[in-house]
Design a protein. Structure first.
Length: 627
């Protein structure tokens, strides 16, 4: 959803604000008052509450920086101490426009400059809708409210950051300064929030990913494109092996499909043009491109030809499902063959705006643990249950059992959804029945379905309370219809299969980024890229270290040895910084007895044991995927 649409939605839902949202919205006005007292010529745009606090967009010649935060907060404290009343005044459109043109709206007094953003926002308000102004002290602003009673309620606040933002999210409009703040009911809650933010900084996967050598993003390759380094590759392989083992138990078949396909394939699926804003640009066939070049055709001619199909082209795939559909359609199927379960670690490509990219969690190329099931209508309930069970297995194995479930449905009034409404009803009913068997709370969100079908999303809460949307399961009656898929039923007549889309991890990039932060880089042993580091206390014991390394490696353990000349204390500190689960110290006593002194990264010395005993112990820990 665009920023402009979000802003409109916010206005329409103000009456549904929670107490905390109302407080934060009020504190945004306190922030605006303070900014105008410091910089009276500032032009204010909008200042809504958001999930983490609030912001106000400002046009100002002065570049606000962190060095200004203390000054802004000091002025905000004066506004709070004055305990000004938030007063609502309903005005006519003409009165509001006159106030905006005088500079009074979004200001402390009348001034020479027109409140240009307030005039524009006024024009967005439909005819017949109430127009109101909220006043606190000398500050007046166009606002639908609601607010708390007085500025004195906004005591527990903090200015957090400043960033640039285009007005209404449109890069053809003015670029503003967006000042972010947060506010809570009391200082204790504010301090808890700030502590969580500090913890989040410590766990930031972008920092830890670099320090631990897990991934790299290089401008020469491109923004949002992940280079998995060897340690990251080991984590990824461990995750893939884990999920592949579970898929084998459920009778999935693995397939491999190309990263690119003809535009007609995606026209049939509906991804082109329904998904066009999120796709990389179409790639024309070389012969067609050369012909157009010889003819002196413009870019507009090329684009129009690709869009209409008069020029053939290709596209980096935004989803794997059309390819899997073609695998299914390549053979005839009887009802006895169903369900057909096709799985692939399939890389897809989405054109995300550069400002929305973030490490591994928001990228332009990512690999899904994707699968598509083709089944009879009678098999849908059982297959959905198995898919949900697979997601639960993944989350339980990784200790992520604090999650909620979201059932994403279509908006009946929207035109973005394809297919027969009756089929949508069937799909939504199937998912609703399935989610009710999970035994967890769930919410229904209208308008959040994929364009071809409803879905169940698992929203996981990490160790510091942040929500992440991970695994998803979707029921789809529409793509089988669009591709004319069939199977032969028991009556020897063709029937339409139902398609189920599912991805327990979601994407390996996003999931790994989340795991880095969830575990603070301290992965459980089975997932750690380096599971054991052998530490000889001097070069005299390198030979004994080599024996231990070989035994562990032969047992399938990921192991290395630190043969540097550093003292053993320094070696232990380095291994802990590298988040290695186990360190095996070998000195004279251990070399003579064929034992090792075992240390864990988070626990005290575990004592001496024979190398064979340690091998057996760690093998059991890895096999059980213990946390």
């Amino acid at each position: 959803m665009s920023e402009a649409k979000n802003e409109r939605k916010t206005l329409e839902q103000r009456h549904q604000m929670s107490d905390l949202e109302r407080l934060r919205h009020s504190c945004a006005h306190v922030l605006a008052t303070a900014i105008l007292r410091i910089w009276p010529n500032a032009q204010l745009a909008g200042g809504p509450p958001v999930d983490s606090g609030f912001y106000y967009d400002v046009e100002l010649d002065h570049a606000i920086s962190t060095t200004d935060f203390e000054r802004i907060e000091a002025e905000m404290k004066k506004v709070v101490k004055a305990n000004e009343t938030f007063e609502k005044v309903v005005v006519s459109r003409e009165e509001a426009l006159a106030l905006a043109e005088s500079g009074r709206l979004g200001g402390l007094s009348e001034r020479d400059a027109v409140s240009q953003f307030k005039v524009d926002l006024l024009n967005d308000i439909p005819e017949g809708e109430e127009i109101s102004i909220y006043k606190n002290g000398e500050f007046w602003d166009l606002c639908a409210g609601p607010h708390v009673g007085r500025t004195g309620n906004c005591k527990a606040f903090k200015v957090m950051s400043v960033a640039s933002a285009f007005y209404k999210g449109d890069n053809t409009r003015p670029q503003l300064q967006r000042v972010y703040g947060t506010c809570f009911k009391n200082k204790t809650m504010l301090n808890e929030h700030l502590e969580k933010l500090e913890e989040a900084k410590k766990r930031d996967h972008r920092r830890l990913g670099k320090e631990l050598g897990i991934f790299h993003i290089d401008e020469a390759v491109g923004q949002g494109l992940i280079l998995w380094k060897p340690k990251g590759g080991l984590i990824r392989r461990a995750l893939q092996d884990f999920i592949t083992g579970e898929l084998d138990k459920q009778g999935y078949s693995q397939v491999f499909t190309p990263h690119i396909g003809k535009l007609d394939l995606y026209r049939t699926s509906g991804h082109f043009p329904y998904y066009q804003e999120s796709q990389f640009a179409a790639i024309p066939e070389r012969d067609a491109l050369e012909k157009l070049s010889d003819e002196g055709a413009t870019c507009a001619t090329l684009t129009n030809g690709l869009n209409t199909g008069t020029i053939e082209g290709y596209m980096l795939r935004p989803m794997n499902c059309p390819h899997h559909i073609k695998v299914y359609a390549s053979e005839h199927h009887s009802y006895r063959d169903l369900p057909v379960r096709l799985a692939e670690f399939g890389t897809v490509y989405r054109w995300e705006q550069s400002g929305e990219l973030g490490g591994m969690t928001r990228v332009r190329g990512f690999t899904q643990d994707d699968a598509h099931l083709f089944c009879t209508p009678d098999q849908v309930a059982e297959e959905v249950q198995k898919c949900l069970g697979l997601v639960k297995t993944v989350l339980q194995t990784l200790g992520m059992e604090d999650y909620s479930v979201r059932l994403s449905l279509r908006d009946p009034d929207s035109t973005k959804y394809v297919g027969d409404p009756e089929n949508w009803d069937k799909a939504e009913d199937a998912l609703r029945q399935a989610v009710q068997t999970l035994g967890v709370d769930y919410i229904e969100e209208e308008g959040e379905a994929a364009f071809y079908g409803p879905k169940i999303d698992f929203v996981v809460k990490d160790v510091i309370g942040r929500d992440w949307q991970l695994g998803t399961v979707q029921v789809d009656y529409n793509l089988p219809e669009r591709f004319d898929l069939t199977y032969i039923g028991s009556d020897n007549k063709p029937h339409r299969p139902v398609m189920i889309h599912r991805a327990p991890f979601g994407s390996l990039e996003r999931f790994t980024g989340l795991l880095i932060e969830h575990f603070e880089g301290k992965f459980p042993t089975w997932l750690s890229p380096e599971q054991v580091r052998v530490l000889p206390i001097s070069e005299k014991f390198n030979e004994a270290a080599d024996v231990a390394v070989k035994k562990l490696a032969d047992a399938g353990v990921r192991v290395s040895a630190d043969r540097n000349a550093d003292k053993v204390g320094a070696k232990i500190r380095l291994a802990r910084l590298d988040r290695v689960p186990y360190m095996l110290v070998i000195g004279a006593r251990e070399a003579e007895s064929g034992s090792v002194s075992v240390r864990h990264r988070d626990r005290d010395d575990l004592g001496a044991m024979s190398i064979d005993e340690f091998v057996q112990t760690i093998q059991q820990e890895i096999a059980s995927r213990a946390l």
